[in-house]
Design a protein around this ligand. Structure first.
Ligand code: GDP
Ligand code: ZN
Length: 374
């Protein structure tokens, strides 16, 4: 490999070093690095054990991974962001515009794992023929097991800074359980989580408003950023704008909660098709069938995702589940055992807080459920 590197022309070699430097930056987790590095990046097992590998090592590994096979005459290589993904093709935003691309055989075989909206893709072009050949290791990801085959990872979005879990207070009614699951998966994938509570205009009765919004108190206690809004009376929209400014954000949640409407309210010129309430959350037609990335400029990019009804946990050990309940953290000093599972152990800080009413019973119950699944 070293001699192959030496044989490259200086331009190619420089490009390779640049890419390796970027890789080194992007494969470092923003936080909890001691926790998840080992489990996090399936794409690049070579980077897993030594996230701080030397630049030279990374360059050689990139060569090995054939990210830069010698180019055939007449072909060029360009990088860009995957903004839409279909069955056999995808659209990639490059510096030269948005390109419709084919997906190379090795990526197409397990497309739902290997390619996702938000990925940085390497495109080989030869005339009008454009093929995505490889994908850079992901900075963050949001994954779940394939509902039909739980051994297969489905990557919903890649490289987002923030995942906005979107719920509505009515039509469809608020189901906090899905929020818990999303929170765990988002943290595991390395992105930040926030909660957007939409359709506040439908809560006209003050008592009802208090009851419904009361369901969110445990999430605020867990440190989740919460924005309450309505695309109808526009309340909360400025707060939402402030939240997403300059970030790559994905909006996830049940169908019909108003994800597309929110994106339109944030930037009307997007003109994303929305659906009527009746077909929005029944068994009706789904308008959003694939994720799409919209560039709002100034570093803000939004990804609209299809509605998700259920959410399993991807490759989660029982010990790991507790790490993703941030409100447990200050209670752990009260646990007698370092590896306390907070289920049956005596002297458990988490259970003590639960009994004292300082920890939400709903959240603890979710924790127990997720432990059983892990
Ligand atoms: P998505 O499936 O999450 O993308 O949901 P849509 O954006 O397609 O919206 C589903 C339905 O909810 C549509 O009929 C919207 O008009 C309606 N809707 C969206 N936001 C609001 C809101 O703030 N208040 C009310 N009352 N309805 C809304
Ligand atoms: Zn404990």
């Amino acid at each position: 490999m070293a001699s192959r590197l030496a044989g490259l022309d200086s331009n190619e070699r420089n490009k390779l070093y640049k890419r390796a430097a970027m890789l080194r930056k992007t494969t470092r987790r923003p936080d909890r690095s001691s926790v998840a590095v080992d489990d996090f990046d399936d794409d690049a097992p070579v980077f897993r054990k030594k996230p701080a590998a030397s630049l030279q090592d990374l360059v050689l590994r990139l060569l090995e991974q054939e990210l830069i096979e010698p180019e055939a005459p007449g072909t060029t290589q360009t990088e860009g962001t995957v903004v839409w993904l279909g069955r056999q093709s995808c659209r990639v935003q490059t510096a030269e515009g948005e390109w419709e691309c084919e997906i190379s055989g090795n990526l197409a075989r397990d497309q739902q794992t290997s390619l996702a909206v938000g990925d940085v893709a390497v495109v080989r072009s030869s005339g009008d023929n454009r093929v995505v050949r490889s994908v850079h290791p992901r900075r963050t990801r949001l994954s779940r097991p394939d509902p039909d085959n739980t051994h297969i990872e489905r990557v919903i979005v890649a490289n987002v800074d923030l995942v906005v879990i979107t719920v509505s207070v009515k039509t469809p009614p608020l189901h906090p359980r899905l929020i818990d699951r999303f929170m765990v998966a988002i943290q595991k994938g390395g992105a930040q989580a926030a909660l957007c509570v939409n359709k506040l205009d439908l809560l006209t009765d003050p008592e009802e408003r208090k009851t419904e919004l009361g369901k969110l108190v445990p999430y605020a206690a867990a440190g989740l950023m919460i924005v309450e809004c309505s695309t109808v009376n526009r309340e909360g929209m400025q707060r939402l704008r402030n939240l997403i400014a300059g970030k790559v954000c994905a909006f996830v949640g049940h169908s019909g909660v108003g994800k597309s409407s929110i994106l339109n309210a944030l930037r009307p010129e997007l003109e994303i098709e929305t659906k009527s309430v009746s077909e929005g959350y029944g068994r009706g037609r789904h308008t959003t069938t694939a994720s799409s990335l919209y560039d709002l400029g100034e570093g803000t990019r939004l990804i609209d995702t299809p509605g998700i009804r259920s959410f399993g946990l991807w490759q989660m050990s029982a010990a790991e589940v507790g790490w993703y309940f941030p409100e447990f953290e200050p209670l752990l000093d009260g646990c007698k055992f370092r590896d306390c599972s907070h289920v049956h152990e005596p002297g458990c800080g988490v259970k003590r807080a639960l009994e004292a009413g300082d920890l939400s019973g709903h959240r603890y119950e979710t924790y127990l459920r997720l432990l059983k699944e892990a």
